[in-house]
Ligand binder design. Sequence first.
Ligand SMILES: Cc1ncc(C[n+]2csc(CCOP(=O)(O)OP(=O)(O)O)c2C)c(N)n1
Ligand SMILES: [Mg+2]
Length: 323
Amino acid sequence: MTTDTLDKTILNKYYEQMFLIRIFEEYCDRLYKQGNIKGFCHLYIGQEAIAVGSINALTKNDYIITHYRDHGHALARGMDPNIIMSELMGKTTGSSRGKGGSMHLFDTNLNFMGGHAIVGGHLPIATGLALGLKYRKENGTVVCFFGDGAVNEGEFHESMNLAAIWNLPVIFFLENNYYGMGSHISRTHSMGENISKIADSYSVKSIQADGMDVLDVAKKTKSAIEKIRKGNGPVLIEAKCYRFRGHSVQDPQFYRDKEEIEKWSNRDPIQTFKNFLIESGTLFEDEIQKTERKIREQVEVAVKFAQDSPLPHIESAYEHIYA
Ligand SMILES: Cc1ncc(C[n+]2csc(CCOP(=O)(O)OP(=O)(O)O)c2C)c(N)n1
Ligand SMILES: [Mg+2]
């Protein structure tokens, strides 16, 4: 882990956001098991460095679109934890008045275009957003997050091809966590571990980032954006990472062995970054503890806010329906 250009405030912000995502989701897990959160719920625990490193490299003009494992991206973009927690609990104070749930967080004010549940289904939407930016001659880049499973969907290939032909300002951000549900990539990808090699077929530049290292993700995202701003888009970034929890909170994970989980846990992106901050003399341990206390309180406030918020009225089931 190295940094030569980032100042203490930014490094602190990275730590704060990664810790926020972790604690927020540990609460989600508990609240789900207690029956306070219903429906599907996929945790981002272990992948925090990706959302935080990449999204902090963007400006407010840039767009984000992501898959159903979306809490981390929403929090890193600055969505209010109170509103997110309410959405997860199906309350009227949620970002979609409680009708979207965990997989469909959305905030147009932040150019955060969701939260999408269909694997690969949001890649053509990302491509369309980028086409829109180019057509309107607006500055901005679209960052589209997806998993290794999405690469096997037709939409991935159609999107890469069109984005390359039209030279669109889009980063296809592949979070390669080695699994699609219970299937390891060795059973689902013919090109082996480095899935991003597939970009060559579309003459799209690909970049490898270490998904467990927030500084590396930030650096690689900035370099992709520089290339795109010069009009040389699109770019595929592949960040190798590991999903520390099951596919969803209901997954008992019988398909992974303990050694593999332990190997990756030793590279925990939050613990590694904390060690780096202390060892490099950037932050003192008590400063980090203060940040951690502040975040825990913030999440407790979010949980209380959501719990105290009202459930939607039954009649509202007929509102906001496109028919
Ligand atoms: C088109 C489609 N097929 C199947 C599913 C069921 N499904 C939900 S998540 C998932 C695995 C996706 O894995 P990956 O893209 O690697 O993302 P990860 O869960 O690892 O973040 C599948 C098959 C779906 N939601 N959409
Ligand atoms: Mg995956």
